[in-house]
Design a protein around this ligand. Sequence first.
Ligand code: ZN
Length: 149
Amino acid sequence: MTMDDLDTLYGEIILDHFRNPRNAAAVEPYDMWAEGYNPFCGDQVIFTASLDSTQRFAKIGCNGQGCAISQASASMMSEILKGKTIDEAKALLERFRSAMRGEVFSEEEEEALGELVALQDVRRFPIRIKCALLAWSTLHDAMDQPITS
Ligand code: ZN
């Protein structure tokens, strides 16, 4: 990889989330919990969340360690999930996955992804796609096994 490639990969938005991760504190007590690990890179994400009375995401915690891509993706995910229902979160997860697979999507769908679109550059480095998806597969695990606290 050249420096130019690295600059693109770690764009400003990604670096900002990596250096100042949002919602990095674990939620306690939580309704959902899951831990994800990406052995290809050593990335780890611990996801915790609480739901409000309407079953929307109220508080989200994404903490862990690893490369800039994995941690920035977790930080962005923690922001975009707030206020969403489980079904909306599942739809967003599918949309993000297809974006990372390079599938073409509409302007409306791109808008829904917000800053996450910045992670699309990662597609040029297929091994790093696992880094970008780690937080989301952890979310997927958490939604499959909700815990009532
Ligand atoms: Zn990584």
